[in-house]
Every structure is written in structure tokens, then in C-alpha cells.
Write a protein that binds this ligand. Structure first.
Ligand SMILES: *Cc1c(COP(=O)(O)O)cnc(C)c1O
Length: 359
């Protein structure tokens, strides 16, 4: 067996410890005689798995008691519709557009009401986070929406926007559980887990209870009402059982890394190693404004498309895979999520130095 260093933006690498534990429990989960994939979601064994997962993420993120934690399906993209469906009362929402994911979310919300784009960084190919300290927030806005870490461009909000009292909704898909977070600053935090938390198929939504309403328009599908899932403890229908089980294992793994504070320290070290090299390199260059850099997704280019291609190819042959940038921006991207070991980044930088010396 030989494992590669997988820099994929998502689905992405998972902690090896978690994969080994799952492998050990594959045929017989703790004496049940079956795998978690094969058991009823109504069984007490599975109920324990989901209860423990919820308790563990609550502890990790210090989620206040007046927030619900939902384990959903449909990807982050389905929440692009669920957010306006559940939150629009006045039919107005404000979006900050810092990349394709925020743009898609805004476009989806337009189906349900009036959308204002409060700020955008599209003028410079989303290479920075705009100043959001004094935005023209609409008096009627039901919420202000951000994509907190922009997976494709490698940018991150380091200061949350001043929403002037409106609810903040954040898509945290690619920075979930990467550092401590003050949940009370948000109305809704949600993310697909396949970037930093678990296998594809699960979306975790953390929603303040008073935003979980029953008085929605009649045509809102039952499955898209947060109330349906909240009342049923995420078990209204069959949930993504195996994915939730793996997320639970990842929560425990993060706890062993020192919780979110420990995770942040490790992530900062990895990111600094790569950015410091990019800043001194004469071949590679990070196109993001310094104050907006993401700790999770690090983008870089040589300025020569053919050379970028050559780099991605040679890197893959050396065991550093999925370094190709998103198809919409080109270049390279190293996603260095929680599960990427320091050693992986160290070896990547050594490989990049060798490549630089040759070209
Ligand atoms: C990957 C990603 C999405 C889309 O996730 P799906 O689960 O595929 O719908 C949305 N937002 C962000 C920030 C992402 O990185």
C-alpha cells in the first residue's frame, strides 16, 4: 500500500487514523455483526452514533444551546436554495460576492426574492475580500450572506462583515473546523463536509433556533424546511448514516489534536511554510492579496501556462496529487485541510524548490 499526498479541494484527504478505525470496524461495528452502512437508521446503535457526533461537534465549536445542529444531504448547493426559502420573510437578502460559490448562492436566492449584491471582488478575479466594515445593508434585508472561505481562489474573510444587526449566514464548506469560531456571531453556519470534515454526502447546518420557522410558504418542500429536520433530530428520512459516522470519528480526531485551537496552530504552521516559500520564490507566485489569504486553499501560478501544466504533471508523478487549479482560474492550488500532515507540505515545498532550480 502506498498513499499519496492528496491536495484535492474536495472530496479531500481524511485523517489516516480515521480511515484505519473505519476499516477495522467495517465488517463488525462493535459487536453488531454488521457495518454501519448496513444498519437501520432507527436502531439504537445508530442513534448513539449520531447523538455522539452532535455532542462532539457542539463541544468542539462551543455551540450555544439555542442553536440546532442538523445533518443534511443535498450538498452545500442545496442550501443555496434552503437559505432563502427558510429565512426570507421580507423577501430581501444581501449577498457579498467573493467567488463562484457566493455568486451561485446569490443567483439561487433570486428565485425567491430580491437580492442585493452588497460588495463583490469580481473586478480582480476574486483575488481579495472587500472591505465590509460599512456596507449599505438594506433595512429590509432578512440576512447578509457570505462564503467565508473561497475554495477556488484561496481567499478568506479574516474579519466578519458588519451586518448592521442583520443575521449573518455563512457557507463555511472549505474552512469548517479549521480554527475556533464564535458561533453566536452567526444566524446560520453551514457547509458540505467533503472539504474538511468527512466524506461527500453530508451537510452540517448550525442554525439559531428562532430562525427555524414553521410559517413558510406552502410550496416549500417538506425536506427543505429546516423545521422538518430539526424536529426529527436529522432523522426525518434516512440520513447519510455512514458519512455521519465518519464525521463523528473526525470530530474525535480533532479533539485529540487539541480541539480547534490545536487545529488552528497546526494549520497556521502549514500555511506559513507554503506562503513564505511562495513569497520568496522567483518562479511561483500567489495571486491573492496578502490580507485575504486562506489557510486552507493556497493558489499559485508560474505565469506560464505550459510550465504550470508541467509542474502539475511532475508533481503527480512524485506523489503530490490534485494540485491543478480550479478549471475556471487555472494555475495550481494546494488544499491543505486539517488532515494534510505538516510533512506533506514540507515535502511539497522541497519539491517546488527543486522544480524552481530546474526552470
Ligand atoms: C465545494 C463547495 C460548495 C459546493 O459543495 P457541494 O456539496 O458540492 O454542493 C459550496 N461552497 C463552497 C465554499 C465549496 O467549497
Amino acid at each position: 500500500m502506498s498513499r499519496v499526498y492528496n491536495f484535492s479541494a474536495g472530496p479531500a484527504c481524511l485523517p489516516e487514523e480515521v480511515l484505519r478505525e473505519a476499516a477495522e470496524e467495517m465488517l463488525d461495528y462493535r459487536g453488531c455483526g454488521m457495518s454501519v452502512m448496513e444498519m437501520s437508521h432507527r436502531s439504537s446503535v445508530f442513534q448513539n452514533i449520531i447523538d455522539e457526533a452532535e455532542a462532539d461537534i457542539r463541544k468542539l465549536m462551543a455551540i450555544p444551546d439555542n442553536y440546532k445542529v442538523l445533518f443534511l444531504q443535498g450538498g452545500a448547493s442545496q442550501q443555496f436554495a434552503a437559505v432563502p426559502m427558510n429565512l426570507m420573510k421580507n423577501g430581501v437578502a444581501d449577498y457579498i460576492v467573493t467567488g463562484q460559490w457566493a455568486k451561485k448562492a446569490a443567483k439561487e436566492a433570486e428565485k425567491y426574492g430580491t437580492v442585493h449584491v452588497l460588495a463583490s471582488s469580481e473586478d480582480k478575479t476574486f483575488s481579495y475580500i472587500p472591505d465590509c466594515s460599512d456596507l449599505d445593508v438594506d433595512d429590509n434585508a432578512d440576512y447578509v450572506y457570505i462564503c467565508e472561505n473561497n475554495t477556488i481562489y484561496g481567499t478568506k474573510f479574516h474579519t466578519l462583515p458588519n451586518t448592521k444587526g442583520k443575521e449573518l449566514v455563512a457557507d463555511v464548506s472549505s474552512c469548517f473546523l479549521s480554527e475556533p469560531v464564535d458561533v453566536s456571531k452567526y444566524g446560520v453556519i453551514y457547509g458540505g463536509v467533503q472539504k474538511n470534515v468527512g466524506p461527500a454526502g453530508v451537510v452540517i447546518a448550525i442554525i439559531r433556533e428562532d430562525l427555524i420557522r414553521d410559517d413558510l410558504p406552502k410550496d416549500v418542500p417538506t425536506m427543505l424546511k429546516w423545521k422538518t429536520q430539526a424536529d426529527a433530530g436529522s432523522l426525518y428520512n434516512t440520513p447519510p448514516c455512514y458519512g455521519i459516522y465518519i464525521c463523528g470519528k473526525v470530530f474525535k480526531w480533532i479533539e485529540r489534536q487539541g480541539g480547534l485551537a490545536g487545529m488552528k496552530e497546526k494549520n497556521e504552521k502549514k500555511a506559513a511554510l507554503l506562503y513564505d516559500y511562495l513569497d520568496e520564490s522567483r518562479l511561483f507566485h500567489n495571486p491573492v492579496e496578502k490580507g485575504s489569504r486562506s489557510m486552507m486553499n493556497v493558489t499559485f501560478v508560474t505565469g506560464d501556462e505550459a510550465l504550470d501544466k508541467e509542474f502539475v504533471k511532475e508533481a503527480a508523478a512524485a506523489g503530490f496529487v490534485n494540485l491543478k487549479g480550479h478549471r475556471s482560474v487555472g494555475g495550481m492550488r494546494a488544499s491543505i485541510y486539517n488532515a494534510m500532515p505538516y510533512e506533506g507540505v514540507e515535502k511539497l515545498v522541497a519539491f517546488m524548490k527543486e522544480f524552481e532550480a530546474k526552470h
